[in-house]
Design a protein around this ligand. Structure first.
Ligand SMILES: C[S@@+](CC[C@H](N)C(=O)[O-])C[C@H]1O[C@@H](n2cnc3c(N)ncnc32)[C@H](O)[C@@H]1O
Length: 365
């Protein structure tokens, strides 16, 4: 096959320059596989071994072969015609459109690949670019909280303690852990989720990435027991990102009862109050019989009731959009810091308001 011999010739030429790795892909951005060179074949035979491995991969249906060169350039070969295209190195500043992001494809490349945000060839697909921007932006938003915590004097004995409730794949926790490690901040970070496959994956990734300060447990938030134990003390920071429906309230209550110093809450889908309002046939106008209006109203009301409850419990709360709505419509962030004791009369007023509105986030009490 002429295309295959052309591909081999071009690949050999690309491998003549110092390179970092060779990646084969079935389609752009999907099904990547990194070609490993056996230790024994390194040195003189490395290029031969890689050409043989790439040839085998092409016979298996892979079409794109990318050589990541040591100078940052990429040579992309197409198995359908054997041609090669060199893509010059792009400075990270240019790639990030001049924006300072907490997460950089160059500094954090191994982590981004481990989390599946970056492809093996270093590119970030359009789909994952949203995840990358969200995680990167959130790390920056978190920075003041962790800087304040550091100011209280963190050490190996008293590390920064972070709890990630309903952590899922724990993207933010991994990114935060990488940033803390890079900044030399001693930390303990514990994630909790109700899905065993996700907890297992997080544990495997923490081990693969060599992050000893990270641990994960399988539980609902409400049944997790004393989460200060795995952290070795009261959390400085509690995260709950897109924890489904009542899980957000479980997280708020848990953070409050643990005596956490700050929390970052990004609410998710909300069904509980919509159901209560529908059953009670309440709501400020009969137009809320329309499901779409009721859902929107109940979602906003739920967050407002959360803010009221938090403020009554002694927290200051900022309500901000943490990322453009084009990234995710669920982009409301409650940024909370504990500033005073509970105001019992404000809490009693909260309960009365719940009764009047026939709407109460039950996990908050
Ligand atoms: C939409 S995902 C968000 C995951 C992660 N925080 C993120 O932002 O990528 C919601 C997660 O909440 C978990 N979850 C739902 N209810 C929970 C509960 N009551 N306790 C603990 N985890 C819960 C689910 O298993 C799922 O992993």
């Amino acid at each position: 096959m002429r295309s295959l011999s052309r591909l081999k010739q071009n690949l050999r030429a690309a491998l003549a320059e110092p390179f970092v790795r060779v990646v084969v892909a079935k389609t752009a951005g999907g099904g990547d596989r990194v070609l490993e060179v056996d230790e024994a074949a390194a040195g003189e035979g490395a290029a031969d071994a890689l050409v043989a491995a790439a040839t085998a991969a092409v016979r298996d249906g892979f079409v794109k072969v990318t050589v990541l060169r040591a100078d940052g350039a990429r040579v992309v070969l197409d198995a359908r015609h054997g041609g090669a295209r060199e893509i010059p190195a792009v400075s990270e500043d240019k790639r990030m459109a001049g924006k300072a992001r907490g997460l950089r494809p160059d500094d954090n490349g191994p982590l981004l690949r481990l989390l599946g945000i970056a492809n093996a060839d270093g590119t970030i697909s359009a789909q994952n670019a949203k995840k990358y921007k969200q995680a990167s932006h959130l790390v920056e938003l978190l920075r003041p909280a962790w800087v304040t915590a550091i100011a209280r004097g963190v050490s190996e004995e008293a590390p920064l303690r972070v709890l990630d409730l309903a952590c899922g794949n724990a993207y933010l926790s991994f990114v935060l852990a990488d940033a803390l490690r890079a900044a030399g901040v001693p930390f303990r970070l514990h994630g909790v989720d109700a899905r065993d496959d996700l907890v297992l994956r997080c544990r495997e990734r923490a081990e693969a990435f060599g992050l000893p300060g990270l641990s994960f447990s399988l539980s609902t938030i409400a049944e997790a027991g004393n989460l200060a134990d795995p952290l070795g003390g009261t959390p400085d920071l509690v995260l709950a990102l897109h924890a489904c429906d009542r899980a957000t309230d479980e997280a708020i209550r848990c953070a409050h009862e643990l005596g956490a110093v700050s929390m970052f809450i990004v609410p998710c889908c909300q069904a509980e109050l919509a159901t209560q309002i529908r059953r009670a046939r309440s709501g400020p106008t009969p137009a809320f019989r329309h499901g779409n209006l009721l859902r929107e109203h109940a979602a906003t009301l739920t967050d407002a009731m959360r803010v009221d409850w938090l403020e009554a419990q002694g927290w200051s709360v900022d309500v901000v959009e943490f990322v453009d709505a084009g990234h995710t419509p669920k982009n409301r962030l409650l940024r909370c810091a504990r500033v005073r004791d509970t105001d019992e009369s404000a809490l009693a007023a909260w309960v009365t308001r719940c009764e009047e509105l026939h709407a109460r986030p039950t996990a908050l009490g």
